[in-house]
Write a protein that binds this ligand. Structure first.
Ligand code: SAH
Length: 306
């Protein structure tokens, strides 16, 4: 703000806080992925990530400190949820990550797939995403913003009513309620029928292809029978299935399926007519999967930097 007198600028710098957060750790992987561990004003810690893929510059942001959904394989929810982030704290992650870009790089996509359940904090998230969308903000179009949810039907319906232009991703992880109740405990009170109904409604309003996520856990949800059931569930829907081979979390008993097992899973779904993508593992050497960096800081560090 060089249009202000020097003395006033100094006074402003001294008396006003521009940032409420502090970067406690910044890690970088060979593939260009960068991750920030951020400390909030009250001491809580959250993570956010910058991913580089050809010309794409995607940021992954958090919406809560911890997570209350309790998915059994995920590091973020191991200690439950502390609190929702504020709109300001969500925007600050975007700005901190934007500052990591080199000259000539431009943020192109946002995925709300960091710590927390975004649909449990829509009140703070929606204004933050609007800020990102504004032409005088980060100028990122709605269709390049993906909100990932465990599947909360009431909130999906609310999103459909308020702004259905975001891409919606639903974390399925199981093709039936019996298995999903074990992996995603909140499913017990919700059920797949209600979730599929709400995403179909969202699709009817948005017209945007749905994404379903499926974390592949060895000998848990990677059987041929699961793949066939999943194909059945997704049949007839305008959908993309994103399969994420499990990213192991220290202290948890789950494992990544072998390559052959992944190929077998993929083939069955393809034969069943499902559009499927295996998500590349990026940044796993810097603990870039949900809540892992924060945990490795709490206990003695387990993994070295990339
Ligand atoms: N609560 C939201 C968003 C955060 S989690 C949701 O459930 O979608 C984002 C995605 O990462 C989810 O699909 C989640 O199941 C997945 N995930 C969590 N831990 C993982 C791990 N260790 N390896 C691979 N994927 C993981």
């Amino acid at each position: 703000m060089t249009n202000l007198p020097q003395a006033l600028r100094e006074e402003l710098a001294e008396s006003l806080e521009l940032w409420t957060t502090e970067i406690v750790r910044h890690t970088q992987a060979d593939d260009g992925t960068e991750k920030l561990l951020i400390k909030l004003a009250d001491g809580g810690q959250i993570e956010c990530v910058l991913l580089r893929d050809k010309v794409r510059r995607t940021i992954c942001i958090s919406t809560q400190v911890g997570c209350g959904m309790g998915c059994v394989f995920c590091a973020s929810g191991l200690d439950g949820v502390d609190r929702n982030l504020t709109t300001g704290e969500i925007v600050e992650q975007m700005l901190r990550l934007q500052q990591l870009l080199d000259e000539g790089e431009r943020l192109s996509h946002i995925v709300v797939m960091g710590m927390g359940e975004p649909l449990a904090n829509l009140d703070a998230l929606l204004p933050a995403l609007e800020e990102a969308h504004r032409p005088d903000g980060l100028d990122i179009s709605h269709r390049r913003i993906t909100i990932s949810t465990v599947g909360l039907p009431a909130a999906i319906e609310r999103l459909a009513r308020t702004n259905a232009s975001y891409r919606l991703a639903v974390s399925l992880h199981a093709p039936n309620d019996q298995l999903r109740n074990q992996l995603v405990p909140v499913n017990d009170k919700i059920g797949l029928d209600a979730i599929m109904q709400s995403v179909d409604d969202y699709f009817a309003v948005s017209g945007r292809r749905l994404t379903f996520e499926y974390v592949l856990l060895a000998d848990v949800n990677d059987e041929p029978q699961h793949a066939r059931e999943l194909a059945q569930l997704l049949r007839g829907r305008e959908a993309l299935l994103n399969v994420i081979p499990y990213n192991p979390v220290a202290g948890l008993p789950y494992q990544t399926p072998s390559y052959q097992r992944q190929v077998q899973f993929r083939k069955i779904l393809e034969a069943g007519g499902v559009r499927i993508k295996f998500r590349h593992r990026k940044g796993d050497r810097i603990d870039a999967a949900c809540g892992q960096l924060r945990r490795s800081q709490q206990s003695p560090p387990v993994v070295q930097l990339g």
